[in-house]
Design a protein around this ligand. Structure first.
Ligand SMILES: *[C@@H]1O[C@H](CO)[C@@H](O)[C@H](O)[C@H]1NC(C)=O
Ligand SMILES: *[C@@H]1O[C@H](CO)[C@@H](O)[C@H](O)[C@H]1NC(C)=O
Ligand SMILES: *[C@@H]1O[C@H](CO)[C@@H](O)[C@H](O)[C@H]1NC(C)=O
Ligand SMILES: *[C@@H]1O[C@H](CO)[C@@H](O)[C@H](O)[C@H]1NC(C)=O
Ligand SMILES: *[C@@H]1O[C@H](CO)[C@@H](O)[C@H](O)[C@H]1NC(C)=O
Length: 215
């Protein structure tokens, strides 16, 4: 299974100023990652009776802002354990995702974070041309959702004012700006359903550090 990865945006540095970020390092193709032998990299895949539809090899860290009881915002960091498992009940090779009033025919990969009860990570991919997929010839990763359960991770998120929180990529196709398509523009694959990036990169889940968080 070959893969390709390109940046359509040259100004990646601008992403580093964001508050809520995902750090994805897809270390390589199958054989390369075995050679690299990285111990912080997970390898997750999902298929249905028709065959494998998604594979993600990645070293993933999450940088999440949260509110403490004093009302101040702080950052917490989570490394997604490589022993995390795919949620085979809710992952799907063909699922209609409804978000902000639109429906998107999608492939959805859900990881349950190991030893972090109540934490999950959802990746939604699509060939829908509205996400700039070269008229459906590519798969784009258009949405990442993180369900956080601060109470099972209180070392990283001390004194959190909420018990749980869902971070998600906002989708608004009516917006004339491309901001909400930023993930889809940066992470896509030309062939098959395999995503690969040669070096660590940070991508925003959500640029809005106010509207996305509880007041
Ligand atoms: C994962 O699967 C379980 C069933 O094993 C289900 O109850 C749960 O809601 C799923 N989690 C997510 C985040 O979809
Ligand atoms: C996906 O599911 C829908 C109905 O849920 C079905 O109409 C469609 O044919 C399916 N597509 C594939 C590629 O299996
Ligand atoms: C992600 O979360 C948003 C907001 O709750 C929701 O609308 C969307 O359906 C979720 N996406 C997936 C793939 O579960
Ligand atoms: C959240 O974490 C707490 C503390 O570890 C745990 O008791 C609770 O069951 C978790 N919630 C979910 C939905 O797993
Ligand atoms: C986007 O525009 C359509 C057509 O004008 C409208 O029906 C829809 O409610 C809008 N969606 C959002 C999220 O604003």
């Amino acid at each position: 299974m070959s893969a390709s990865y390109k940046h359509r945006r040259s100004s990646m540095h601008s992403l580093f100023n964001d508050v809520i970020r995902i750090f994805i390092c897809l270390l390589g193709l199958i054989q390369l990652s075995y050679e690299a032998g990285g111990s912080s990299k997970g390898d997750w895949q999902f298929g249905d009776p028709k065959g494998l539809c998604m594979r993600l090899q990645a070293d993933i860290s999450l940088y999440l802002t949260y509110y403490r009881n004093d009302g101040q915002q702080h950052d917490g960091t989570v490394h997604v354990p490589t022993t995390s498992k795919v949620n085979v009940t809710d992952s799907s090779c063909n699922k209609t995702v409804t978000t902000n009033g639109i429906t998107v025919s999608s492939q959805v990969l859900i990881l349950q974070l190991d030893q972090m009860p109540g934490w999950s990570l959802t990746f939604a991919f699509t060939q829908d041309p509205r996400f700039h997929t070269d008229n459906g010839k590519q798969y784009a990763l258009y949405q990442i959702n993180v369900t956080a359960n601060y109470s099972s991770c209180s070392q990283q998120f001390p004194d959190a004012s909420e018990l749980t929180y869902v971070y998600y990529t906002p989708i608004d196709l009516n917006k004339t700006s491309d901001d909400n398509l930023e993930l889809a523009e940066a992470l896509y694959a030309d062939n098959d359903h395999s995503f690969y990036c040669p070096s660590p990169n940070k991508f925003p889940i959500n640029r809005d550090n106010v509207a996305g968080l509880p007041a």
